[in-house]
Design a binder for this molecule. Sequence first.
Ligand code: 13P
Ligand code: SF4
Length: 301
Amino acid sequence: MSLNEEINKLKEKNGVAILAHYYVEGAVQDIADYVGDSYYLSKIATEIEQKTILFCGVKFMGESAKILNPEKHVIMVDELADCPMAHMIDAETIENIKAKYEDIAVVCYINSSAEIKAHSDVCVTSSNALKIVSKLPQKNILFIPDNHLGTYLSTKMENKNFVFHHGYCPVHQDIRKEDVARAKKEHPEAEVLAHPECSIDVLSLAHFVGSTSEIIDYATKSDGHSFVIATEDGVLHQLRGKNPNKIFYLVNEIQQCPGMKLNTLEKVYDILNSMENEMLLNEDLRRKAQIPLTKMHELAQ
Ligand code: 13P
Ligand code: SF4
């Protein structure tokens, strides 16, 4: 039996749904039941009937699934798979900034720990942030932890006063404007598609800015023939699979998220055998972190 067949057999036997982000390796995306961006994955986790979710992604994704579905078992493929940005601010800093404003909403990018979420008013992802922040009544927006996404949003919403934090994604921050300019020169016919975790200098050179699934949709629907991709290289699997006649270039040779790449097919098989690495959360923390995530789902409708 092939590894894929073994995985499917174990998945059925254990009543598991496999959820995967677009940044994990292609072979893992292919065995997943659901593949998507952060918003889609947090939503689908609330809709599936299986009692156990095997998450192929990083910790904040599995944590969000557990926060929203306390009755389900959420298992991580590798418990070391984490997003550094998720830990770039702490509760004390949030409370100190909040105390300086009377009318402020703490808007927390979903790439954050449960503790950070528990001190926030609403969560957002890159695909719904604009919609959600524009619906908030508060004038002041403390946007945490990603200063690049926050800065990008602030350019679209001049009626809000953004307060930023200095968090960032190391993978997207490594995509520099000089590299994008060079890629544009090398491929003048190509459109540049960028994730909003890139710096504002990079985004100003892009033809389209969007979440991972929005980038995939844009390229798939576009009449264009070639694209420069300014995000993690895992999206190439879907981009090339859905668009065999189009050409995709990365800005740099290496655009890889170390945490995401810890999710391998062999580990998926091992975990389905052992059913270890269960995501467990303190109930008080879970309840507090559920409030901004539920608010995100309400406002994103
Ligand atoms: P998306 O929500 O666009 O999938 O982004 C998740 C992420 O971690 C980007 O680095
Ligand atoms: Fe975190 Fe960046 Fe990896 Fe996304 S690509 S999970 S933001 S480190």
